[in-house]
Design a protein around this ligand. Structure first.
Ligand SMILES: Cc1cc2nc3c(=O)[nH]c(=O)nc-3n(C[C@H](O)[C@H](O)[C@H](O)COP(=O)(O)O)c2cc1C
Ligand code: SF4
Ligand code: SF4
Length: 383
């Protein structure tokens, strides 16, 4: 034990449907024989500061799901708000959405997500010692059906094996940067992002403004409020809708899909027909008609012609149109017939749901608690 570099491990974890939480538990399980104290700290959207000062014999990890080849917003905010440290060793890991159909395995891609997290930690004075991505079952159930339990078991089994091999190496003090997986990830991202360099940033915006606004609750919803209580970003408001309350998705939502994966009534849907309608409302026909009309006026007001004036007008139109449309949608889905219409015209109504089978909501709800971990609460010095 004396020759080993780490005494403690603290993992900051963001997880939507439990994959990353499970991965963090495995990391600690395999690290157990090499260290004395461990702790998992669940991160949510309200955690923008961490005051702990870590010692140099503590391995500090950040683990998150890949969202659009990036860490989720809440993790980026958390990393930016981390307290400065002095040469504290760090680990950055992303879980990705792996898919298995029959014998075919399709790996996920975290892009430059772990590299970005490592870079932000370096700015904060950490020394990254390990970077890796791990394929867990894809939780993108707003796009595809949840995987069969047999395939889920195959993917998670492989992920566990990978950590069983990797974690002891890290705990013995070896650095892990140059894995085949990291190389593939970096090459892939550089290839893609050279073509579409703004994609991850665009995703952060689209995910928040557009994808979150496709969520609604079907008439299966009993108004229990569990989705609101366990949302890591406190993004759901329970609003009165007739005799019962219904969830209302605010702009704090970052589409982690916890509400969709864990609702026991399978009442959370992402409206696909609604997505198409919304796309047209906020972009093509209405705005084009508006622009043509404005261009006719442009003889009178030449300033509204040209690329930038058009783009600015576009923005002025798109954002209010999006807010207004969701407001209208919220009122429409309260009418039973309209709710049924939007429910049966979305594919998610027919999709199997997914959450990590072993992870319960209460596991992920323990914020800043030691739970079954052994690192004491007063570890580190508050400011
Ligand atoms: C909005 C969203 C975006 C995602 N983007 C990616 C991605 O870019 N690459 C990838 O491999 N997986 C992606 N996934 C899949 C998840 O990263 C993956 O299933 C992860 O293990 C989920 O972890 P969690 O259960 O801890 O949230 C995405 C999932 C969601 C919900
Ligand atoms: S969507 Fe599901 S979890 Fe949320 S209030 Fe309705 S029934 Fe409860
Ligand atoms: S509202 Fe649902 S999808 Fe959005 S952040 Fe909360 S739990 Fe995740």
């Amino acid at each position: 034990m004396d020759n080993l570099p780490y005494k403690n491990a603290v993992l900051y974890v963001m997880s939507g449907t439990g994959n990353t939480y499970r991965a963090a538990r495995w990391v600690l399980e395999f690290a157990g024989p090499y260290i004395e104290n461990t702790r998992i700290v669940m991160i949510d959207g309200s955690d923008t500061e961490d005051e702990t000062i870590h010692s140099r014999d503590t391995l500090v990890g950040v683990l998150f799901p890949a969202h659009g080849f990036m860490p989720p917003w809440s993790m980026i905010k958390f990393l930016l708000g981390m307290r400065r440290q002095k040469r504290v060793p760090a680990l950055c890991a992303a879980t990705r959405g792996g898919i298995k159909v029959g014998p075919l395995r399709i790996p996920g891609a975290a892009g430059l997500g772990t590299f970005l997290a490592a870079f932000l930690m370096m700015i904060k004075g950490y020394r990254p010692r390990a970077l890796f991505s791990l394929d867990m079952p894809s939780n993108l159930i707003n796009f595809h059906w949840g995987l069969y339990s047999k395939n889920v078991a195959a993917i998670t089994g492989k992920a566990e094996q990978k950590l069983a091999m990797l974690v002891p190496r890290i705990m013995e003090g070896r650095s892990v940067y140059f894995t085949r997986n990291n190389l593939w990830e970096a090459m892939w991202s550089i290839g893609i992002f050279w073509l579409i360099p703004v994609f991850p940033l665009l995703y952060l915006l689209i995910g928040k403004l557009f994808m979150a606004k496709l969520m609604f609750s079907s008439d299966r919803c009993v108004g229990c409020g569990r989705c609101a209580r366990f949302c890591p970003n406190q993004a759901i408001e329970m609003r009165s809708a007739g005799k019962k309350k219904r969830p209302y998705w605010t702009y704090h939502c970052e589409v982690c899909l916890r509400c969709m994966g864990y609702c026991s009534k399978r009442a959370v849907e992402a409206g696909h027909l609604w997505a198409i309608l919304l796309y047209f409302i906020i972009s093509i026909p209405v705005f084009t008609a508006l622009l043509l009309w404005l261009h006719e006026l442009s003889d009178l007001v030449p300033a509204i012609r040209g690329y930038w004036p058009t783009e600015i007008l576009n923005l002025i139109y798109v954002l209010p149109a999006l807010f207004f449309s969701y407001w209208l949608f919220w009122h429409l889905i309260r009418i039973p017939m309209m709710n049924t219409f939007f429910t049966i015209t979305t594919l998610t109504h027919y999709y199997r749901r997914y959450h990590e089978p072993e992870t319960r909501l209460k596991h992920m709800a323990q914020r800043h608690k030691t739970g079954s971990d052994s690192l004491p609460h007063n570890y580190g010095s508050p400011i």
